[in-house]
Design a protein around this ligand. Structure first.
Ligand code: BGP
Length: 496
């Protein structure tokens, strides 16, 4: 039998000395300084100004004011012992016209200052090139704006090339895209993210001006273009920069984990795999195998799923050094046999928070989409490990909003035991995936370092390990979860 001592010894071995613990942020969500330093407008600057799009009319115009407060944030992370920081670049801060023909020196200086401050504090920057804030200038065509335009492949490559050239001597970890399915589906399918396109069947969600899109096709078109844009940028990095800069590059794809509504029903069991294939495999199969999953090719009707040419397949296949994953929640899946119409969904199954016997999968976070089921994290990591034959994985986001926290007084909000429990349980499951199942997870980033502008929920939902007082000059206060995480990082062991 395994005694407590064995367990502890074994625990100490679980996270290697080089395991990367970090926290994550994204430019539009934390920076603010939206009209300062030569930054041009992004699609989010437009979107948040449309009445009714964001809860409470919030915007990211100031957000956490990271644009001015980054020195204190870097110092705070250093004090907490955080050694890795995931941030994204604002494309329109660096290249206000979109293209690298005219770069903005003030934007370059800003990111150099942030990066230099991080490095001086012993913190490694992990940079996401695209976390949803496309320069407005690339969206301003009516029908072929934004990611619907194939020119975006070259435009993104131009921007990525500029970033590698300008920052690559200091930045060694690159993430091309954050959650491609989120920004294609939410923006071009449901119309609830910038630029807010969707078709009339969900008319009440759709924008009058930005609308008119086609929910049935546009998410597939934009996803296709994003995958090609990723692959081309990775090709540039590998051909031009990697040998001298010696960094790594990959994509970051989100996935929930799915459990059968009826665990004895083979159709439900199969539908779970299908669902993850549609979610994670949609973007990662092309990177690993050079093409979309067979299941998607077989199940999506009307040629809505586009095809890659042979040359494109060659470019896409192997276009990564690691696989990134963001994970928050799990759902039950019930096979229905009925063909649905939602992009990104198994067209023949439904997802639910309750299973067949009426059992709720787990408690809700403050965000109504986030149902907590820690074992699902282990399940997902194993699914990725198996499907892609033991790849190197980084978890780039995982975290939770605490019920009631956003309306609670400061001192209550700081006592976020609910969040500590979430992290403890999820990280324990990651630990089991590593030590018991042999999954090759190399690092973990908590979403988020601090409360921030959470897209459609605005400032009204809090995910941070650090509280931000929006009523009082964005003052920061470390929550108990931040102290707990600090202990974890410094001991490399999960604290009780
Ligand atoms: C992920 C995004 C993050 C962050 C997080 C929390 O999908 O990559 O940017 O926003 O979700 O979700 P939300 O902001 O919708 O509350």
């Amino acid at each position: 039998s395994q005694g407590r001592d064995d367990f502890v010894t074994c625990r100490h071995k679980k996270f290697g000395d080089d395991f990367k613990w970090g926290t994550a942020t994204a430019s539009y969500q934390v920076e603010g300084g939206w009209n300062e330093g030569g930054r041009s407008r992004s699609i989010w600057d437009d979107f948040v100004e449309i009445p009714g799009r964001i809860d409470n009319g919030d915007t990211g115009q100031v957000a956490d004011d990271f644009y001015h407060k980054y020195p204190q944030d870097v110092a705070m992370m250093q004090k907490l012992g955080i050694k890795n920081f995931r941030m994204s670049f604002s494309w329109s801060r660096l290249l206000p016209q979109g293209s690298s023909d005219k770069f903005n020196q003030q934007g370059v200086d800003f990111y150099n200052n942030v990066i230099d401050a991080l490095l001086a504090a012993g913190i490694e920057p992990w940079v996401t090139l695209y976390h949803w804030d496309l320069p407005k200038v690339y969206n301003d065509q009516t029908d072929q704006g934004g990611w619907l335009n194939r020119n975006m492949i070259d435009r993104f490559n131009d921007y990525a090339d500029f970033c590698f050239k300008t920052f690559g001597s200091k930045v060694k970890k690159w993430i091309t895209f954050n959650e491609p399915q989120s920004f294609t589906w939410l923006a071009y399918g449901l119309g609830i993210h910038a630029p807010g396109r969707c078709s009339s069947y969900q008319a009440d969600h759709c924008l009058k001006d930005g609308g008119g899109g086609n929910t049935q096709t546009e998410p597939y078109i934009t996803s296709h273009i994003v995958i090609l844009a990723h692959a081309k940028a990775v090709q540039t990095y590998k051909q031009v920069y990697q040998a001298t800069q010696k960094g790594e590059i990959g994509m970051d794809v989100a996935s929930a984990f799915y459990l059968p509504s009826d665990q004895d029903n083979q159709d439900d069991i199969d539908a779970c795999d299908t669902k993850m294939t549609f979610e994670y495999g949609f973007y990662v199969d092309p990177l690993v195998f050079g093409d979309y999953p067979d299941k998607m090719k077989n199940l999506i009707s009307d040629n809505r799923l586009l095809t890659f040419t042979d040359d494109e397949k060659k470019m896409i296949k192997g276009s990564f050094d690691f696989l990134g994953v963001n994970h928050y929640y799990s759902k039950y899946i019930q096979y229905t046999g009925k063909v649905g119409r939602d992009y990104g969904d198994d067209p023949r199954a439904e997802q639910n928070d309750y299973n067949k016997t009426g059992h709720l999968i787990g408690p809700y976070a403050d965000s109504n989409w986030l149902t907590i089921y820690p074992e699902g994290f282990r399940g997902l990591l194993n699914w990725i490990d198996k499907r892609y034959s033991h790849p190197k994985i980084y978890v780039f986001e995982n975290g939770v909003s605490v019920p009631g926290e956003s309306k609670a007084p400061l001192l209550t909000a700081l006592k976020d035991q609910f969040r500590i429990n979430y992290y403890k349980d999820y990280i324990l499951n990651m630990e089991k995936a590593i030590s018991e199942d042999g999954v090759d997870v190399r690092g973990y980033f908590a979403w988020a370092l601090m409360d921030n502008f959470e897209w459609t929920n605005g400032l009204g939902v809090r995910f941070g390990m650090v509280y931000v007082d929006y009523q009082n000059s964005q003052t920061r206060y470390v929550k108990n979860s931040g102290l707990w995480y600090s202990q974890l990082i410094q001991s490399n062991t999960i604290p009780d």
